[in-house]
Every structure is written in C-alpha cells, then in structure tokens.
Design a protein around this ligand. Structure first.
Ligand code: 5AD
Ligand code: SF4
Length: 485
C-alpha cells in the first residue's frame, strides 16, 4: 500500500464518510503491519482531566478499534495517545513527565506512533514547546478535531513529518463515528461543548471555545440507541449544562434560542426514554440553575440524587473577582431550595484555595459555606495561574505557605463532614448499579448508589450491569461495605 497525496486527495469531502474512508485506509496499514510483525498492533489511550476528556477518549478508542488496533493494558505500545488537560499547571507537568519516559521506548520500537491531543494542545506555547523539544511526537491535534484521528494517522503515514493540526475554533462536529464505552451499561453523552462564562481563573473557555449545544433531537436519538444497546445510566455532559440551548452547533445564537426548551425539558425527555433508569449530569453553574430544574429533579426519580454544584469560594468579594456572578448568600439560598425540594440529595462541589487577594476573612467565608451546606464530597484545588486568564495578572498572589495552611484546614473540614454525611446511610438498603469486580479484592463487586456513593460487597460477577438492592453495613468514610439483599 502506498500512502500518497493522490489517495489523500481522493477522500470524500462530507463527514462522516471522509473519516470512514481514512479508517479503511488505516486499517489496511494495520493489517499489513500485523502480518509483517506476526503480532497485533496495540494502542494505549492515556486520559488526563475531566469527564469530558474521558468521554472524548472513548471516541478515540472507538476509531482505533475500528482501524484494527488492539487496546493494550500498558502505557507503552505501538500507538500511544495522550488526551491532555490544562486546567491547572500540575496537569501540564504530568504530561511532560510521561513524555520523558516515552522517548526511550520510541527508540526501541520503530513502529511506534506518539500522538497528543486535548485541551493542552489548544495553547500555542505548548505546541511550540512540543515542536522544539519533543521531536519524536508524531501527531498533535486539539479539542475541535478529535473526530479526524484516522485522517491524521493517514497523513502521518503518507508523510515523514509530524502532523500538527490544531483548530482555533470548531469547523465541524462529527458524532456519527464509532465509540468504545468503558462500561456497557452506562455512558456519557455530550449535550454541549465549550463555555461562555470566563471565570477569571479558568482556561476552559480559551481551549474549548464558545458554548455550542447539540439539538435535542440528536441527543435523544443518541440516547435511544444507547438504551437499545443496554445502557441504563446516562451522564449528560457539558461545562455548564444549565445554559443548554442558548446557541446550537453551527447556527446563529439569536435564531435558535428557544426559551421554552432548555435543560429542564431535555432532562425530562431523557428520563422518558425506555430502558434508561438513571440520569446524571455535570457540571452545573449555580448562576444558571433554575427552580424549574429543581422541580424536574424532584419530580423524577430517574434523576440521580446527586448534584455537583461548584462553589469555588465562599466569599462574595472573591466570587466577584472570579466573575462567578453569584454571592455567598445567593449560593446558600440556592442550596436551601435544592435541599428543601429534594431532601435526599447529595451535594458535591469544587473549591479553589488561594485565589489572588484571598484574605483570611475570605477563607473563613469558604469554611462557613462548607459547614452550612455540608457537602457529601468536595474537590479542593490550590489556585493555579493560567496564562492569559484575567486572574493571572491580578495583584496579591498568595504565598505558598499561606495557601498550604488554608488548604490543610479546608481539607480537614471537608473530610470530617464527608464522613459524617456518609454515615447517614448506615444500615439502609439502597439500589446499586453494579459496575465491576473490586480492583483490590476479586471476591468483591463494586457499585454506586444514585447518590454516587461507592459500595463494595461479595457477589457474583453476573450481577455487573444490574441495579440491585444492597444493604449498607459498614461505613468506611467515603465508601461502604455491604451485602446483596
Ligand atoms: N486553579 C485551580 N483550580 C481551578 N479550577 C479551574 N481553574 C482553576 C485554576 N486556575 C478548578 C475549578 C473547577 C474545576 C474543574 O477545576 O474548581 O470547577
Ligand atoms: Fe471554567 Fe467557569 Fe466555564 Fe467552569 S464555568 S469551565 S470554571 S469558565
């Protein structure tokens, strides 16, 4: 097989036909190589970051499977792809650590292809660094063209130079390509891409672009197919699901805005799909969470009793400078409305410590919110300066010593409250979606309640994928030991 420009140029221009054409060409390459080497060609997808990235990785795996690569259990294989995250500086450092190890491996396997994609690649200075210092990287692409993986692989095969294709903004959205779900019985579904909120510390709007919703028809069609395929639990994904429907993909914001059909209506429609038994969603911005949504959640038992509601800070002054557009009081009042209407809800949150200018008093406000809300779980982050975000240029960056002290105090508080919250289920019988064999003890199964609480219990692996009743016997802080009833 010859990898030529002519073959490349003969590709159909419409999608997904174009990608299917390249998948076919790449699969011929994999077949030949497999024969030549006398062993299957393997791939590894290493994912950093959030649920969105995890879901994107399932799409990458779907394409690689279709091409004929076999998934490897190891990080090093014939096709290694890192799906990167850049939300905090340590996410970036992690990638460079991994890349360092890869160089030696690449020298001993001439067939190896190294590929980088995801949020970090949307940053120009990162791509420059990769070009200059990591010449053994073969393919680089960003968040807007992951569907082009097969095309980019073909380009790399037909050309001896690295292929770097990062789009600044989305040109096309192609959903109708194969995906490989980690679990057969649960799946993430993108309902929107991007973010318009520009919280002053956050790089996401710069690397994921403007908010774009998928149409309800397309989302519901996808979930119907998933349900037919045995999926019971759906996680609706978006950076800010509560503003779903403001602007649709590829069309004008003004023409498409339909105030009568937003996230609450979509959630309700998803719950009505036969076969779907649980619906989760992530992430909610407090400023856009409507009473209508609370009502839909309260009325609909299929909506899991878990809400992730990032607070970021408890101080109104800091929230203002974070550009979060709510006050401490508004957040607490929203939580009260949620807890009053959905008494069994579990709340989780994200908190940033050490935002520029954060005083001890501001920090005490954060602790106060944590005590008042009593989160089931809180993800705590040290503020990380992100290039080009407004907060990076703010004065009064906080010293590492002060941040560490606050971070430790916050962690102590959230851990104590989490453990107290988890205790409330002691002795209860809960419905659990059985997910997998326990990773540490193969005699146990692991699953989740709809509150997102992890439970481990003895049982037969045939239960995996089923929703069963489990008695929560012993609280171990963040998880339970239980027994099947
Ligand atoms: N520094 C620290 N944490 C951050 N997050 C986003 N940007 C930053 C940053 N620059 C956190 C927020 C967000 C979560 C996904 O990551 O808490 O909700
Ligand atoms: Fe970042 Fe704020 Fe958008 Fe979340 S809502 S992705 S924190 S800008």
């Amino acid at each position: 097989m010859k990898y030529t420009d002519e073959v490349y140029n003969a590709a159909p221009s419409s999608e997904p036909e174009r990608q299917l054409y390249f998948i076919d060409l790449c699969s011929q390459f994999v077949k030949l190589k497999t024969k030549e080497l006398g062993r299957p060609l393997k791939y590894s997808v290493i994912t950093f970051g959030c649920q969105m990235n995890a879901h994107d990785s399932e799409k990458l795996k779907g394409i690689l499977d279709k091409i004929g690569y076999t998934e490897s259990d190891d990080e090093i294989s014939d096709f290694v792809i890192y799906n990167t995250c850049t939300i905090r500086e340590n996410a970036n450092q992690k990638l460079y650590g991994h890349l360092g190890h890869l160089k030696k491996a690449k020298n001993t396997n001439e067939n190896m292809i190294v590929c980088l994609c995801g949020c970090m690649m949307q940053e120009k200075h990162v791509v420059e660094k990769i070009k200059n210092s990591y010449s053994y990287v073969d393919i680089v692409f960003g968040t807007h063209n992951i569907y082009e993986l097969a095309e980019l692989i073909y380009k790399r095969l037909s050309n001896d130079k690295p292929v770097i294709e990062v789009l600044e903004a989305p040109v096309n959205t192609v959903e109708a390509l194969p995906t490989k779900r980690k679990y057969s019985f649960k799946s993430g579904v993108n309902i929107m891409y991007g973010c318009n909120n520009f919280c002053s510390y956050c790089i996401v709007p710069y690397v994921r672009g403007r908010e774009r919703s998928r149409t309800p028809e397309e989302i519901l069609r996808e979930i119907n197919c998933l349900a037919e395929d045995g999926v019971k639990e759906i996680m609706l994904l978006g950076q800010n699901v509560n503003s779903y429907g403001t602007a649709f993909i590829g069309e004008s914001e003004i023409i498409n805005r339909n105030p009568d059909y937003g996230f609450p209506q979509l959630l309700n429609d998803v719950c009505n799909i036969p076969g779907i038994e649980r619906v989760r969603f992530m992430t909610s911005h407090p400023k856009d969470l409507s009473d209508e949504l609370i009502q839909v959640m309260a009325d609909n038992k299929k909506v899991c009793r878990h809400l992730h509601l990032p607070v970021q800070s408890g101080s109104t002054e800091i929230l203002k400078r974070m550009n979060r557009r709510y006050t401490k009081e508004q957040y607490i009042s929203l939580v009260e409305r949620i807890q009053n209407n959905i008494p069994d809800i579990s709340l989780t949150t994200d908190i940033i410590v050490g935002f520029p200018g954060e005083t001890e008093e501001d920090f005490l406000d954060t602790l106060d919110v944590v005590e008042k809300v009593r989160y089931d779980q809180a993800f705590t982050f040290i503020y990380s300066k992100r290039t080009a975000t407004p907060a990076a240029a703010m004065e009064n960056q906080i010293s590492p010593e002060v941040i560490k002290d606050r971070f430790d105090r916050l962690l102590k508080t959230v851990n104590r409250i989490s453990a107290e919250r988890a205790e409330r289920f002691n002795g209860e019988i809960k419905e659990v979606l059985v997910e997998e064999i326990n990773q540490k003890d193969e005699n146990l199964l692991s699953g989740r309640t709809d509150n997102n609480l992890m439970v481990h219990f003895p049982g037969d692996r045939s239960l995996i994928g089923q929703i069963i009743k489990v008695k929560l016997n012993e609280c171990k802080g963040f998880y339970y030991m239980g027994e099947v009833i």
